[in-house]
Design a protein around this ligand. Structure first.
Ligand SMILES: Cc1cc2nc3c(=O)[nH]c(=O)nc-3n(C[C@H](O)[C@H](O)[C@H](O)COP(=O)(O)O)c2cc1C
Length: 150
């Protein structure tokens, strides 16, 4: 089981969330911005944690969208989890953006969600409390050793 965090970040907030994730998990996880990603990583890692900002109208951040469409062949049969970062204060639109889009997209590629996704409010400030709780749950799942590649 090898874990990789892939994030997209147009304005830098999600990069900070990725750094926090690396500090919050009990095992070594690497993190890469999808903009500079090497396709080799898909031969090395079995589990991908996606940190995806919501842009436009509940849509994927552009680098992530471009990548999953053009490099779809590399995304078969992975375990994954999604943390979508957005602006939810005052709205009830949790789980309508990247999480929902990716869940259906990855299901068609034979991928399995190994840990429930989460929506984190990141604007105007990051809801660290929710994120830390999600990381705690992630640690429990990572620690149970039941995550073989699908
Ligand atoms: C132009 C723009 C459009 C956005 N659209 C949405 C949206 O539709 N839904 C949402 O929840 N958040 C939306 N957001 C909030 C971003 O997802 C949030 O600020 C996120 O943390 C940005 O991540 P980044 O700084 O890593 O690029 C939008 C932000 C901007 C600047």
């Amino acid at each position: 089981m090898k874990f990789l965090c892939i994030y997209g970040s147009t304005n830098g907030r999600t990069r900070i969330v990725a750094q926090r994730l690396l500090k919050s998990v009990d095992i070594k996880i690497d993190a890469v911005d999808i903009k500079g990603i090497s396709l080799q990583v898909f031969k090395t890692y079995s589990h991908i944690i996606w940190l995806v900002p919501t842009y436009g109208d509940e849509e994927l951040q552009e680098d992530i969208e471009k990548f999953i469409i053009t490099q779809k062949n590399h995304l078969h049969k992975f375990h994954y989890s999604v943390c979508e970062c957005g602006n939810y204060s005052g709205y009830d639109a949790f789980n309508f953006g990247p999480h929902q889009i990716l869940r259906s997209y990855f299901a068609n590629l034979g991928c399995a969600e190994f840990y429930d996704g989460v929506s984190i409010d990141c604007l105007p400030k990051v809801d660290w409390e929710t994120f830390d709780r999600w990381c705690k749950g992630l640690n429990a799942v990572i620690g149970d050793g039941k995550n073989e590649r699908p």
